[in-house]
Design a binder for this molecule. Structure first.
Ligand SMILES: C=C1C[C@]23C[C@@]1(O)CC[C@H]2[C@@]12CC[C@H](O)[C@@](C)(C(=O)O1)[C@H]2[C@@H]3C(=O)O
Ligand code: AKG
Ligand code: FE2
Length: 331
């Protein structure tokens, strides 16, 4: 990344170092052991209260994680001119500082991939080893997707709805519109008590997002009172976000969590995120069984994932994207 002067860095957004919840009593990020029988109930509770949790005993082979991370680190270490051959990210490819099509910026560089992977665009960049990278992405994504489906099935069981694949089938569908992203947040020079925004606050539009990072801090989630809670990094665990589409499918029971990343002044952060989405034609509406078979009103007007995605790509990162689809309460 190019070194910038302090005023130039301000365009990425700065926050005071003490702007987060650190001293108020807080029980901590929900921790779910996927191998335990009570996982399904704890998952439901975490999705209702935070829309966010950490999982252990996830079954993802360490080798898949380290292989992909080391390929990603190699890629991000290339000269900018080489990396740019895989860009711009519109929507897939290499991106640097610009996030999305509507003027958002952050102290981040990234690769966005369609997990059905068309690596042709990357062939020139990855040179002799496109197959190696392709295999690393494939193994990692297949394994994380399986875990995401396991979590979604446990959630259906915990909610007492049938069939248990009611959510997971949307990711398993051969036309599932999922996205895979690797973010790199380089360290930045000291800004006298200020933190630089790496990835601005937002909610993820899809059903579920599964994140793994190296041991560098930066991720924060918004609590109900609007304060920011730093998420301690843990390279051996995965973090899961409820996305906007899941909030709608559950008629608002599960919360799509607002989150952001602050860049670290000392260490690089590398994160890999699988965003599990449904097929484009999928109707997104509360499940009838969660509307008490007609007793409860839907909070949202009906839409397809295609419509929501189109609308999301017209929005700015921090926008309340679901707001446009909420039904106005009758007076
Ligand atoms: C500003 C934007 C970037 C984003 C597309 C959008 O217009 C609004 C949603 C953003 C987001 C957030 C979660 C994921 O990182 C992402 C890939 C997604 O599906 O929605 C990004 C989009 C992006 O970076 O292109
Ligand atoms: O990089 C991270 O840790 C999170 C980034 C994120 O929220 C996203 O890419 O949607
Ligand atoms: Fe996100």
């Amino acid at each position: 990344m190019v070194v910038l002067s302090k005023p130039a860095m301000e365009q990425y957004g700065l926050v005071k170092n003490n702007s987060c919840k650190t001293n108020t009593f807080f029980p901590g990020i929900p921790l779910i052991d996927l191998s335990k029988p009570d996982a399904k109930h704890l998952l439901v509770k975490a999705c209702q209260e935070f829309g966010f949790f950490k999982v252990i005993n996830h079954g993802i082979p360490t080798e898949f994680i380290s292989r992909l991370e080391s390929e990603a680190v190699k890629f991000f270490s290339l000269p900018l001119s080489e990396k740019e051959k895989a860009g711009p990210a519109n929507p897939f490819g290499y991106g640097n500082k610009k996030i999305g099509p509507n003027g958002d910026v952050g102290w981040v560089e990234y690769i966005l991939l369609d997990p059905q992977f068309n690596f042709q665009k990357f062939e020139t960049v990855f040179g002799v080893t496109p197959e190696k990278i392709q295999a690393a992405v494939h193994d990692y994504v297949a394994s994380v997707k399986k875990m995401a489906c396991d979590i979604l099935e446990k959630l259906a069981e915990g909610l007492n709805i049938q069939p248990k694949n009611v959510f997971s089938k949307l990711l398993m569908h051969e036309q599932s519109d999922s996205v895979f992203r690797v973010n790199h947040y380089p360290p930045y020079p000291d800004l006298h008590g200020r933190n630089l925004i790496g990835f601005g606050e937002h909610t993820d539009p899809q059903i579920i997002s599964v994140l793994r990072s190296n041991n560098t801090s930066g991720l924060q989630i918004a609590l109900k009172d609007g304060s920011w809670l730093p998420v301690p990094p843990d390279q051996n665990s995965f973090f899961v976000n409820v996305g906007d589409s899941m909030q709608v499918l559950t008629n608002g029971r599960f919360k799509s969590v607002r989150h952001r990343v602050l860049a670290n002044s000392l260490k690089s952060r590398v994160s890999m995120i699988y965003f599990g989405g449904p097929p484009l034609s999928q109707k997104i509406a509360p499940l009838p069984s969660l509307l008490m078979n007609g007793e409860e009103d839907s909070l949202y007007r009906e839409f397809t994932w295609f419509e929501y995605k189109m609308s999301a790509y017209k929005s700015r990162l921090a926008d309340n994207r679901l707001g446009l689809f909420e039904k106005v309460a009758a007076s």
